[in-house]
Design a protein around this ligand. Structure first.
Ligand SMILES: C[S@@+](CC[C@H](N)C(=O)[O-])C[C@H]1O[C@@H](n2cnc3c(N)ncnc32)[C@H](O)[C@@H]1O
Length: 482
């Protein structure tokens, strides 16, 4: 992969050309795909680009009802604050589009309010909004770049750079005021089809040179902004000074090799490659979609992991399956489909809303009759099942609150038989599990499980690390001893 660089004479021409490029791109994409998802940026050139879009007669060639606008980052300020990227974008373009752009297509990052008191709350709400829209691959994601090489609100050396597994993050301690912000993560940025980095002025020259020469993302975050189909740098002559060879850069394009993708990118690509082996049918896709539409967190197993559970259930000839942690019923469906016609699956869920979404999806998928969904704290439900002398389960899948894993394993012994198999998900947690003093109680739950299982008289076990689109994690596989 290369990064294309287009050099314009100055910032004014750069903004006009970026606007023309964006309008033409929207029209092109709309000829074969709808809706189109665009991520806007703030900053001087970003806002000048939006103003140039508003002023162009070509804007009427775009069907704005099929365009969704998102933001790469936002200053965590009250609604209408003039420093918010949203406020500036409304002034430059959105207000001018009027009714042509439906209000529902404008996905601003939630402003500070009583309901959204922290950058984390805003980031979470924005992640939910992205999920509700089907986690779209952005068609164009525009990014301004600071003189320090930051993009969105991913600043050099900041911990936000290392966040994976979610699309948004609340940022504290931004070196550029205001200190509190909300940003897309690299995961979200790198899911975009096209990433356009826009930079003008000699104060950006050093960062442009570092990024294009492949500096590490820790020091030059812009170096890690890559699209899946294209990465385009739109710069003015002054911003190319640091490259040392401005005369070699034409006003057309020069290609710079893109840096190696990170291991996490590679894991995701490999998962995508193997996905063809495990296609989701309509019922599985509908179950995943219903969970996203219902605002449930995006923490279900992947299709590959679901199929692994399915194959395990078949391999042990499971007739009775217990699942702890239903969410929207995605893993439940994979497991239920491994059952014989007279099999049964009992799944436990604490959240009534999750249970409602799952019940609907499982019924629609045609396995509702095989599944008993029991709502309540799993520890209590497991006690109740044991007190009812429930016949033993052949396979148990534990995927709920990780801090309770040791307790669930103890309780599972009363609900299984020699030879029963137990799978526990998410037991590596990005490697955090090796840190004895880790403050996260979920990590401590896993560590307590490892202690419990070491030399356990009744469980035989192994733990396998995994990498994939969900990052670095792993699962424990246990068998109840004979
Ligand atoms: C990781 S999700 C389950 C994902 C699901 N197994 C899948 O892959 O499709 C964890 C679920 O456990 C539920 N949960 C959390 N604590 C619980 C508890 N104490 N008892 C029962 N369910 C709980 C959460 O509400 C959430 O829906």
């Amino acid at each position: 992969m290369t990064r294309d660089v287009v050099v314009h004479p100055d910032a004014r021409v750069l903004a006009e050309a970026a606007a023309a490029r964006l309008l033409t791109h929207l029209v092109d994409v709309q000829s074969h795909r709808s809706p189109v998802h665009v991520v806007l940026t703030g900053g001087t050139v970003g806002i000048a680009t939006l103003a140039a879009v508003a002023a162009s007669p070509v804007r009427d060639a775009v069907d704005w009802s099929g365009v969704h606008l998102w933001w790469g980052d936002e200053r965590f300020l009250a609604d209408g604050d003039p420093d918010r990227n949203e406020t500036q974008a409304r002034g430059a373009l959105i207000d001018a589009l009027g009714d042509a752009l439906p209000a529902a297509n404008v996905h601003a990052m939630p402003a500070r309010s009583d309901d959204v008191p922290t950058p984390e709350a805003s980031a979470e709400a924005y992640a939910a909004e992205l999920a509700a829209a089907g986690s779209p691959a952005f068609d164009v994601l525009m990014l301004g770049m600071g003189p320090d090489g930051h993009v969105a609100s991913l600043f050099p050396g900041h911990e936000a750079l290392t966040v994976t597994g979610r699309p948004t993050i609340g940022v504290h301690g931004s070196p550029k005021p205001p200190p509190e912000r909300v940003s897309l993560t690299y995961d979200a940025i790198r899911g975009a089809r096209e990433v356009w980095v826009v930079a003008a002025g000699s104060e950006k020259a050093a960062a442009v040179a570092s990024a294009l020469r492949g500096a590490p993302v820790e020091t030059t975050p812009a170096a890690g902004a890559l699209g899946t189909e294209r990465t385009l740098w739109l710069v003015d002559v002054a911003a190319t000074e640091g490259l040392g060879t401005p005369s070699a850069l034409s006003t057309t394009a020069a290609a710079f090799p893109a840096p190696e993708r990170t291991p996490a990118d590679l894991w995701g690509s490999v998962d995508e490659y193997f996905a063809a082996l495990v296609p989701e049918d309509d019922a599985l896709s509908a179950t995943r979609r219903a969970a996203a539409d219902g605002g449930l967190p995006d923490i279900a197993v992947t299709a590959q992991q679901g199929k692994l559970l399915h194959l395990l259930a078949q391999a042990v000839g499971a007739r009775r399956i217990l699942e702890i942690g239903t969410l929207g019923g995605y893993s439940t469906l994979w497991l239920a489909r491994a059952l014989p016609a007279d099999g049964r699956l009992t799944t436990l869920e604490i959240d009534p809303e999750h249970a409602r979404v799952a019940t609907d999806s499982l019924a629609a998928a045609g396995v509702g009759e095989l599944v008993d969904l029991l709502v309540g704290p799993a520890a209590e439900t497991l006690d109740a099942l044991a007190a009812d002398a429930t016949p033993p389960f052949d396979l148990v899948f534990i995927d709920a609150d990780k801090q309770s894993i040791p307790r669930y394993l103890e309780q599972t012994l009363a609900l299984t038989r020699p030879g029963s198999v137990v799978v526990v998900d998410n037991v590596v947690r990005g490697g955090a599990v090796v840190e004895a003093g880790h403050p996260d109680e979920r990590v401590q739950g896993v560590r307590a499980m490892v202690e419990l299982l070491t030399d356990h008289p009744r469980y035989d076990s192994t733990i396998v690390q995994t990498v994939g689109s969900k990052g670095h994690d792993g699962f424990a596989l246990l068998r109840v001893r004979d």
